[in-house]
Design a protein around this ligand. Structure first.
Ligand code: SIN
Length: 279
């Protein structure tokens, strides 16, 4: 038995979970209830969680295997935890573009978690979008076309590369490749729910396999606009101690860069995933 309460935050995705202290040793029932809520709502939020890095990692390990981020070093004692930081004088924020984390890897991560350490008085919210809905709202004809396509994803697109430049300067990881490239189905079948989700994103997707960038651009641009329609999204306002946990297989996110002159620090853990499968 578990006493957690799950409150959806929009009609599209996202739910706030209360009644649980994530620093404690959670029962298997509680972990199962959190996982069910996460699969149903795609991103779940917790408030007022006073987690040390070790406790954050222990919580993450109840849901999967933490992995290191290719481009930025983690904390000294916890290489699986990276600081998502923007300093007062910096102009560009980490992750400030719609994306699913590291979709340019052959085996992209299942999930990511962020816990907020320092947040601006106002601004610095994160948007999330539901890629099941993005797929389901397409016409039957468009679904048929997309079901058979594969997309090429790269880590080197200019817009996304800019969002990690500041952190690579002070905490870049040695040994990272110049570029990571991976081809994945445009429509991904979720390995746990069996639902279909759109799996292209404006940060990483370059073109459809077997087509040029120029040929791919009109349809990709349509999908980038379509997949983040307001009715597919939710917006999360951070407080210190807030924790978000999202499913990269069926949700995208975008960190809003509207707090110039202020500092924002969150800690991120990413959990290992599987090779995306098409329909
Ligand atoms: C990220 O893309 O992981 C960062 C999101 C955020 O800072 O809100």
């Amino acid at each position: 038995m578990t006493s957690i309460s799950v409150q959806p935050v929009t009609g599209a995705l996202g739910a706030e979970i209360s009644g649980v202290d994530l620093a404690k040793d959670l029962s298997d029932d509680t972990v199962a209830a959190i996982r069910r809520a996460w699969l149903q709502h795609l991103v779940i939020f917790f408030r007022d969680q006073d987690l040390s890095p070790a406790e954050f990692l222990a919580f993450a390990r109840r849901f999967g295997e933490p992995i290191e981020y290719p481009f930025v070093k983690g904390l000294d004692e916890f290489p699986e935890i990276i600081p998502v930081l923007k300093l007062e004088h910096e102009r560009v924020n980490f992750g400030g573009i719609w994306h699913s984390d590291t979709a340019y890897l052959d085996v992209p991560p299942m999930a990511s978690m962020l816990v907020a350490r320092e947040v601006p008085v106002a601004g610095g919210d994160t948007l999330f979008a539901n890629m099941y809905l993005a797929y389901e709202w397409l016409s039957a004809g468009m679904k048929r076309v997309l079901d058979g396509l594969v997309a090429v994803n790269s880590s080197s697109n200019a817009d996304v590369s800019r969002t990690r430049e500041d952190r690579m300067k002070d905490s870049g990881r040695t040994g990272a490749r110049e570029e990571y490239v991976a081809a994945h189905p445009v429509v991904r079948v979720h390995p746990e729910t069996g639902r279909r989700a759109l799996y292209v994103n404006v940060a990483h997707t370059v073109r459809f396999e077997g087509m040029t960038q120029e040929e791919s651009a009109p349809l990709l641009e349509y999908l980038y606009r379509h997949q983040v329609r307001p009715e597919f999204t939710c917006r999360f306002r951070w407080r210190p101690g807030s924790l978000a946990f999202w499913d990269n297989r069926c949700a995208q996110h975008n960190a809003i860069n509207d707090y110039q002159g202020h500092r924002r620090l969150l800690h991120r853990i990413t959990l290992a995933g599987d090779t995306p499968k098409g329909p």
